[in-house]
Design a protein around this ligand. Structure first.
Ligand code: IPE
Ligand code: MG
Length: 260
């Protein structure tokens, strides 16, 4: 089999589909809400509300730029350690977002999925999340994954537990597990891996976002706080992405020829 026929890992995009140039799947760590508010002498909670407006702008911009998948990090399994009042504000954001935007998302062909653990969320919030998912379940123009009460390590641990249960109940054998099968057990199983992970706010780390899925993602860090994010920043991130040379551990075609 020719090297280029072999996908490097389960779920890798087909060549030309997000592999080079234009990303198929963009992931964003929405960060900098607190700093944006603090700089203007406002409470952090206001920064989070402004962050919801940035999300609306960015979803619209991503659709116009022909991106098909957008995964955003809204609340991490580690964010529970913030003060209770701030956690309460963050817990209220999905409701705020869906109440003001679900009709538009539905109309514009966006399928919404909220990935992350449901444990710890209020029954009301789970109902809101499920309502948004059901309302957009038949859409397939654009896929919006919102990571909420999500942690990459938690998701990997949950996937491992699910496979262990399959083995324990005789539905799978240990040797059935490979990268592809494992990928199918993750919360992102229905999405291709992200081509690019963007983090605004100047921080340069993944912070437990899409750890398994990030294997071959390009990383783009931008010096803008999330509430200020918009189409121009997304375009700049895509320009940075398109300048990258993605090789998935292989070497470029010219060098294959040169190597004889
Ligand atoms: C992102 O903004 C929102 C969440 C992580 C939930 P932050 O609240 O992390 O903002 P900074 O990093 O303190 O500025
Ligand atoms: Mg932060």
């Amino acid at each position: 089999m020719a090297a280029q026929d072999k996908t490097p890992f389960a779920g890798a995009p087909d060549p030309g589909q997000g592999a080079q140039g234009r990303p198929l799947h963009v992931a964003i760590v929405m960060d900098g809400n607190g700093r944006r508010a603090k700089r203007r002498g406002l409470p952090r909670t206001l920064g989070h509300r402004e962050g919801v407006e940035a999300l609306k702008r960015t979803v619209a911009a991503a659709g116009e730029l022909n991106i098909r998948w957008l995964t955003v990090f809204g609340f991490s399994t580690e964010n529970w350690s913030r003060p209770a009042a701030e956690v309460a504000e963050l817990m209220a954001l999905p409701k705020r977002y869906f109440e003001s935007d679900i009709a538009r998302l539905e109309r514009e062909g966006v399928r919404v999925r909220v990935i992350g653990r449901r444990e710890g969320l209020s029954a009301e919030l789970v109902k809101i999340i499920e309502g948004a998912q059901e309302r957009t379940a038949n859409n397939d123009r654009f896929f919006l994954n919102i990571a909420f009460n999500y942690g990459g390590q938690a998701d990997i641990a949950d996937a491992a537990r699910r496979f262990a249960e399959e083995v324990a109940t005789g539905r799978a054998k240990p040797e059935d597990l490979d990268e592809r099968r494992f990928t199918s057990l993750l919360a992102t199983a229905d999405s291709p891996p992200p081509d690019v992970i963007i983090r605004p706010s100047g921080e340069q780390r993944l912070s437990n976002f899409l750890l398994w899925e990030a294997a071959y993602a390009e990383l783009v860090f931008q010096d803008v706080l999330w509430p200020d994010y918009g189409a121009e920043h997304l375009k700049a991130a895509l320009a940075a992405f398109s300048a990258r040379d993605r090789r998935y551990g292989a070497i470029v075609a010219d060098d294959v020829l040169a190597a004889g």
